[in-house]
Design a protein around this ligand. Structure first.
Ligand code: FES
Ligand code: FES
Length: 158
C-alpha cells in the first residue's frame, strides 16, 4: 500500500493505493466520483476520459501511481450547483444525449478542444472526439453541441 497526492476538481487529496489500482479506481471507488464511466477497460471507448494536467486521458489506462502530483478534472468538476457548464448546456440544448454513458467523456474532450481552440472547425471537433465512442447518437448531434458550446463560450448569438 502506497500513497499518492493529487488534486481533483480543485481539491487536494492524499489517497492510499494498491499497486494495481488505476486512476479510474481512485476516482470511482476512492473518491466516489462516479460520473467517470468504465466501458471497455482497455483504452478503446473513451467512456473513462478525464483531464489530467490539461490533456485528456483514458483513466482506465493510467495507473494510480502515474497520477501522483497531477491535477485531474472529472465531469463533476464542471459547472456549479447553481449553473451548469456551457458545454453541458449546449449538449442539452442540442439534444445530444441519449443513454448518456459516453457523455461525460465527450464533454471533457470538448472542453480540452475548446480550451485550446475557441473556434474549432467541425473537422477539428470530430478529431477531438475521435477517441470517444458513442453507440446511440450517430455523432452529428454531439458535433452540433460542441459547435454550440463554442458559440456560447465566445458570447455569440445562437
Ligand atoms: S473504459 Fe477506458 S477507454 Fe474504455
Ligand atoms: S449517448 Fe449512449 S453511448 Fe453515447
Amino acid at each position: 500500500m502506497n500513497e499518492i497526492a493529487l488534486n481533483v476538481n480543485g481539491i487536494d487529496h492524499i489517497i492510499k493505493i494498491d499497486g494495481e489500482d488505476r486512476l479510474i479506481d481512485v476516482l470511482r471507488e476512492g473518491l466516489k466520483l462516479t460520473g467517470t464511466k468504465e466501458g471497455c477497460g482497455e483504452g478503446e471507448c473513451g467512456a473513462c476520459t478525464v483531464i489530467m494536467d490539461g490533456v485528456t486521458v483514458n483513466s482506465c489506462m493510467v495507473m494510480a501511481f502515474q497520477a501522483d502530483g497531477k491535477e485531474i478534472i472529472t465531469i463533476e468538476g464542471l459547472g456549479t450547483d447553481e449553473e451548469i457548464d456551457p458545454i453541458q448546456q449546449a449538449f442539452l440544448e442540442e439534444g445530444a444525449v441519449q443513454c448518456g454513458f459516453c457523455i461525460p467523456g465527450m464533454v471533457l474532450s470538448a472542453k480540452v478542444v475548446l480550451d485550446n481552440n475557441p473556434s474549432p472547425s467541425r473537422e477539428e471537433i470530430r478529431e477531438s472526439i475521435s477517441g470517444n465512442l458513442c453507440r446511440c447518437t450517430g455523432y452529428n448531434k454531439i458535433v452540433d453541441a460542441i459547435e454550440r458550446a463554442g458559440k456560447l463560450l465566445r458570447g455569440e448569438s445562437l
